[in-house]
Design a protein around this ligand. Structure first.
Ligand code: ADP
Ligand code: MG
Length: 227
């Protein structure tokens, strides 16, 4: 038990250090990005436009890796409120549909009657975004991604079902490991962040995968009372 306590405080220390270092790294990055933007607008630098744009994009990528890493290393309990998961899902449905439309893929959203849950709105949005993006990225054009909510006994489930090619066992066991990615431009942080968010909601994530596709189930306990 004592060991567990020590481990936790160690993690918290790392989380605090990560937050401090991230801040110190971000400040100079913001300055560099600002100057790059100025150069990008200069006529004299026209022939470097492509290089400048790549530099700005790469800075933005580094920045989003820091954001994702921070939200994963955050071990504090979130601010939870009684919220309607269906409403959160409908709020970002438009964003999801635009994304899918641009990739020639289809979205189905199916909400059922569920009780309110103790949720952190921003974190749940992030969780849904991470899962739907992975779903879309796993599918070829013309395929359908389904997001569904439903209640079963004491559990309220959010299911994100794709028609991709499934996840091979050797990949499956690595899911959630920070920086593990099979994508050329992936960060490998989306699932790690999702698992951390689920843990802070006392929810569990289950995966069903096969040749017809993959479903991520996020299962919330409808009687969850935070300590
Ligand atoms: P990223 O999307 O940046 O690669 P993630 O943590 O979101 O990072 O996912 C890690 C890896 O898990 C992905 O690179 C992919 O190999 C696998 N993966 C996640 N979701 C799916 C899915 N729905 N179908 C197939 N593979 C998936
Ligand atoms: Mg991802």
């Amino acid at each position: 038990y004592e060991k567990e306590m020590k481990r936790l405080s160690g993690l918290e220390l790392i989380a605090q250090m990560a937050a401090g270092i991230s801040h110190e790294i971000r400040n100079p990055m913001t300055t560099v990005r600002g100057f790059l933007q100025i150069l990008n607008e200069e006529v004299e630098f026209k022939k470097y436009k492509h290089h400048l744009n790549v530099m700005i994009e790469e800075l933005d990528r580094a920045n989003s890796i820091i954001t994702e890493f921070l939200s994963m290393s955050n071990t504090r309990t979130s601010d939870l409120q009684k919220l309607d998961l269906n409403a959160i899902l409908h709020d970002i449905a438009q964003l999801i549909k635009v994304d899918a439309f641009n990739q020639n893929k289809e979205i189905k959203i199916e909400t059922n009657d569920i009780p309110e849950l103790l949720l952190n709105r921003n974190e749940i949005r992030q969780l849904i975004i991470n899962l739907y993006r992975n779903g879309l990225e796993a599918m070829n054009e013309g395929k359908v991604l389904t997001l569904r909510t439903y209640k079963e006994d004491d559990w309220v489930t959010l299911a994100v079902q794709d028609e991709g090619e499934g996840i091979r066992p050797e990949i499956l066991e690595k899911l959630g490991t920070p920086f593990f990615t099979t994508k050329e431009k992936g960060t490998g942080l989306g699932l790690g962040v999702s698992y951390a968010i689920a843990a802070r909601h006392n929810a569990k994530i289950e995966i069903q995968t096969g040749r017809e596709g993959t479903t991520f189930f996020v299962k919330f306990n409808s009687h969850f009372v935070p300590k």
